[in-house]
Design a protein around this ligand. Structure first.
Ligand code: HEM
Length: 181
């Protein structure tokens, strides 16, 4: 009992010198997502606040986007001409908002598997061949504003830089899919 050379210790790599084993180093970051291991961790951690409010974040992003460019609202026949109040009470609008946020969510979940994340994003892009790639980039600003609002005092310059990189990663791959390259 309690002997430093027990079989269990040996199986765990052994630390008969009485020292705990070094925690394993995080895997080297995949250069396709230019975030350090620490930034990736901050993204995953802060994203939990977004996950708890997927409907709100999605709807507020879309409402900001439509306010900024009403012609985007018109691309959705069932949203065209609706007021903010009507949209907020429209299940179709909520579903659309959640569908978009689910893509971002899936990508955060797959940060250790960027092949899967990128494949999902290019597939999503292919479904947007009806819109102009420049229009897709308009998603960035309202999304970042809504993340800021959601994270409240947890949002700072460091987090902002992480979300800028992450959002650019998402939109760049969606646009690649739109262009079919
Ligand atoms: C300015 C930006 C965007 C515009 C104008 C736009 C436009 C559209 C339109 C018109 C549809 C079809 C809706 C329908 O069939 O009722 C759609 C579907 C969809 N959009 Fe977007 N979208 C934008 C950004 C995004 C982003 C950033 C994502 C995710 C990263 C996304 C994910 C989706 C998904 C998952 C669907 C459902 C596709 C399906 O039918 O399987 N969209 N979008």
């Amino acid at each position: 009992m309690g002997c430093s050379s027990s079989t269990a210790d040996v199986k765990r790599g052994g630390y008969s010198n009485g020292k705990l084993p070094e925690p394993s180093a995080p895997p080297p970051p995949d250069p396709r997502l230019p975030l350090t291991a620490r930034q990736k961790f901050s993204l995953e951690k802060s994203w939990k606040a977004v996950q708890r409010n997927m409907e709100e974040v999605g709807m507020n992003t879309l409402l900001r986007l439509f306010k900024e460019d009403p012609s985007i609202q018109d691309l959705f026949p069932s949203f065209k001409g609706q007021t903010e109040h009507q949209l907020r009470n429209d299940m179709g609008f909520e579903n659309q908002a959640v569908m978009i946020l689910n893509i971002f969510d899936e990508v955060v979940e797959q940060l250790n598997n960027l092949d899967a994340a990128i494949s999902l994003l290019t597939k999503t892009g292919k479904k947007h061949s009806m819109i102009d790639p420049d229009m897709m980039m308009k998603f960035e600003k309202p999304f970042l504003e809504t993340v800021k609002e959601t994270l409240e005092d947890r949002y700072n310059e460091k987090i902002e830089a992480i979300y800028i990189t992450f959002t650019k990663f998402v939109l760049d791959h969606v646009i690649t899919g739109m262009k079919g390259t």
